[in-house]
Design a protein around this ligand. Structure first.
Ligand SMILES: *Cc1c(COP(=O)(O)O)cnc(C)c1O
Length: 407
């Protein structure tokens, strides 16, 4: 950290609540896949604000769309409708290949999208299932779905009725729906699943898991809720990860939650309800938001979607993601065990629990990445990342060394 950064960081710690720990750098500017700190040092952003800046920083089309909408009509409340909001709802239904009767609720973040889905599950009534390792957000309802004890325990009691099943265990999943368990504990209202668990360290489900989940929930009249806040909006190389043949096997969920990449950095979340039944679980007055779906946020999301379509960024996510994965593994860096994930949501798994040190070394070398677990580095770069930029990351991993700690 340079001296200007240090001065700002001191001011930060005196004025901003310490929920995140000290900031790694103070950033002043971004363009494309790069950001700059207070001293003009440039970083290749391989995290994009945690899988958010799909179009990188200061993308001309996104900047123009938000500026134009803001100068025209920025916020109106949900007493009124706007053209961008309606168009965005229709577009999300198209991308999700949603059947007739499907509808969208707009929110401002991932956790709020999950709150909407949680309330839909409550309207069905019954037990709510989520998976071990799950991350669904930090508000109280979403937190009840999140698994990590350190996030939950300081805030108990949380909304009741959520059970966490062992990750990827098909027999445990079937057992939760079995007549014996249902007789003892009641019917299942909903099952929440991240097609790839991002916060847990980019962990995939075994093949067949999502389709088994689809069959079991459908037979029980329970909702299958795909939390694609992190995996959605092209991140994995499909619009939504459940659409990837190797992950979703063609299933359609009842509810799809989105945020992160949706607005390309402009805060917006959505809960997409598939089919008339899911779409009418929340009736008039049963849910609401002041900001959700405002014209400026909707215009941002429409611009992101248009750029992904116009510039073939789904294909780019697959090809550059494959390049990162295969090239990092091919150079056989001593610190790297494997690379996992899909598209441009990847984790570089290390042979030792030194992810934090590697991230510090990366910053010094001009790369932003994230130590998602002690032995996993998450890469979630902008979907516009080029092959040349990916090669820079490959070279970093090939060369990085960590100083042995003196015992
Ligand atoms: C980030 C995330 C959330 C929470 O989103 P926020 O916008 O931080 O509230 C929920 N679910 C998943 C899968 C996430 O990755």
């Amino acid at each position: 950290m340079n001296t200007a950064d240090t001065a700002w960081t001191t001011r930060y710690t005196h004025a901003v609540m310490d929920t995140f720990g000290p900031p790694q750098r103070v950033l002043v500017r971004g363009e494309g896949c790069h950001v700059w700190d207070t001293e003009g040092k440039r970083y290749l952003d391989l995290l994009s604000g945690i899988a958010v800046n799909a179009l990188g920083h200061a993308h001309p089309a996104l900047t123009a769309a938000v500026s134009k909408q803001w100068a025209t009509l920025g916020h109106i409340s949900n007493f009124f409708a706007s053209e961008p909001q309606i168009e965005l709802a229709e577009t999300l239904l198209r991308l999700g290949q949603a059947p007739k009767g499907s509808r969208v609720f707009f929110a401002n973040s991932g956790t709020e999208a999950l709150e909407a889905a949680f309330k839909m599950a409550r309207r069905v009534g019954g037990r709510i299932l989520a998976l071990e390792g799950a991350f669904h957000g930090r508000t109280m309802g979403a937190l009840a779905l999140t698994h990590k004890a350190a996030y939950r325990e300081p805030f108990e009691p949380l909304p009741a009725g959520v059970e966490h099943l062992p990750l990827g265990d098909l027999s445990a999943l079937a057992a939760a729906f079995s007549p014996a368990v249902v007789a003892e504990r009641g019917p299942v209202a909903a099952l929440f699943i991240e097609p790839i668990q991002g916060e847990a360290g980019v962990c995939s489900l075994p093949p067949g898991y999502l389709s088994a989940a689809r069959e079991l929930t459908a037979a029980a009249g329970a909702l299958l809720i795909a939390d694609e806040v992190q995996t959605g909006m092209g991140r994995t190389g499909a619009w939504f990860a459940h659409q990837l043949p190797e992950i979703g096997e063609g299933i359609i969920p009842d509810v799809l939650t989105l945020a992160k990449g949706l607005g390309g950095g402009y805060p917006i979340g959505a809960a997409v309800a598939f089919g008339e039944r899911a779409a009418t679980l929340l009736g008039r007055g049963q849910h609401g938001t002041t900001f959700g779906g405002n014209p400026a946020a909707a215009a941002a999301a429409l611009a992101v979607i248009k750029a992904i379509e116009d510039d073939n960024l789904l294909d780019n996510a697959i090809s550059v993601g494959n390049l990162l994965r295969t090239e990092i593994e091919a150079t056989k860096p001593p610190l790297v065990k494997e690379v996992r994930g899909a598209g441009l949501l990847l984790a570089v798994i290390l042979t030792q629990p030194v992810a934090a040190q590697v991230v510090t070394a990366a910053l010094d070398s001009g790369f932003i990445m994230n130590a998602v677990t002690p032995d996993a580095i998450r890469l979630a770069p902008p979907l516009i990342l080029t092959a040349e930029q990916a090669q820079e990351a490959v070279r970093f991993f090939a060369e990085v060394t960590i100083e042995e700690k003196t015992p």
